[in-house]
Design a protein around this ligand. Structure first.
Ligand code: 0PR
Length: 355
């Protein structure tokens, strides 16, 4: 780094980052991002190469989520993709509509509801932090435009019963959106029913800039049908392209090229290996914490939530561990690619020293 303007500022070291959903990008994704910093996928007629890379990235994301002919784009992240899913459902439906999501849904749905003027109904979760299907069904009605299921929840890494939620959606003639922003790059290697080939899903969020090991910003919005993007399209009279379904106008060429390169390098074997390592790390950490007498939510995916007293949490933060809590207070350790067994062993040693 030779930029004097940065002074002493260096990027965050990942060796104590335990609760983030960001990670170090794959080296070829980093290179690709740097190369395409000034290309704008929002103007494909002027920047055709990055537009081609975006098509490739969307096709590759389709492979990850079991969709042969995916429609979508690489956006700024999960928040944008969730907002676009709500927007598409609202635009396809008539009149005042509502969205039903479990209370475990990421807060981006609150933003979407606020921006779009749509009512958000939050359903209860069960004892295992998964959407309570009966409560979702009780909240859904003729005005429900969208039912949301989460495949890999932010706080507990849980996978909602997506098939049952699809039935609820079908009963009220609503669309189904699956938020796999974080889980999308690990779920292909599990037995869960969550993707377009398993269930009648209409739209999905899957973020290359989380488990996909792409640089920020690289989010994924995918739809089964072209009509979804049509419902989002706005005329762009003075561009060579006619319409734009994206929320952003000028968009990140770095994100698009980075996502393309990460998928090219890692799908499927690299992601499978990473899933196996991350899941083994989560299982290791959970077992070590159980041995020490802590109450641990079983890591269904590579995310460990543990009930840790506030004093211990604060002391670990003072030792520079970058950790955060769930809304109900559990420490959450997200076993991202940069989280190694050695890091977890150091973390446990620090925890033991507090006793
Ligand atoms: N959907 C799910 C399931 C998510 O977990 C998140 C973000 C989003 C949507 C929104 O994605 P964007 O943040 O890309 O718009 N979950 C993380 C969280 O809120 C985001 C995060 C990432 C927070 C890194 C902190 C951090 O260091 O925990």
């Amino acid at each position: 780094m030779d930029s004097a303007a940065l002074g002493e500022h260096t990027p965050q070291d990942f060796d104590r980052v335990l609760s983030s959903m960001c990670t170090e990008p794959h080296p070829s994704a980093r290179d690709a991002a740097t190369t395409f910093l000034a290309d704008n996928p929002g103007d494909p007629a002027t920047y055709p190469t990055v537009a081609e890379l975006e098509e490739g990235a969307v096709a590759a994301l389709g492979d990850v989520v079991g969709l042969d002919d995916p429609h979508g784009y690489v956006g700024s992240g999960g928040t944008e993709a969730n907002l676009q899913a709500v927007r598409a459902a609202r635009n396809v439906a008539d009149g005042d509509v509502n969205v039903v999501a479990p209370e475990s849904a990421h807060f981006s749905f609150q933003k979407a509801a606020d921006v779009l003027g749509v009512e958000l109904r939050l359903a209860a979760t069960d004892d295992d932090h998964r959407a309570d299907v009966d409560d979702v069904a009780a909240l859904a009605d003729d005005d429900t435009a969208l039912v949301v299921g989460i495949a890999g929840t932010t706080e507990f890494g849980r996978v909602d019963p997506i098939s049952a939620l699809a039935d609820v959606a079908a009963n009220v003639d609503a669309r189904l959106h699956v938020d796999a922003a974080w889980g999308g790059f690990v779920l292909p290697f599990t037995d869960h029913d969550w993707d377009f080939s398993d269930v009648d899903v209409d739209t999905m969020t899957i973020d290359p800039h989380k488990m996909g090991q792409a640089p920020i910003p690289a989010g994924g919005f995918l739809a089964r049908d072209a009509e979804t993007l049509d419902a989002l399209a706005i005329d762009t009279p003075y561009l060579e392209s006619d319409t734009q379904p994206t929320l952003g106008g000028t968009r990140s060429g770095a994100g698009v090229a980075g996502a393309h390169a990460a998928l090219d390098a890692l799908w499927p074997d690299g992601y499978r290996e990473q899933y196996e390592v991350s899941q083994a790390n989560a299982d290791f950490l959970a077992a070590e914490l159980v041995d020490r007498g802590y109450d641990v939510a079983d890591p269904v995916l590579p995310l460990v939530a543990v009930d840790l007293p506030d004093a211990e949490f604060d002391a670990l933060r003072e030792r520079d561990w970058r950790i955060s809590r769930t809304a109900s207070g559990e420490l959450r350790v997200v076993c991202m690619p940069h989280v190694t067994r050695a890091m977890l062993t150091k973390f446990l040693a620090d925890l033991d020293e507090l006793q």
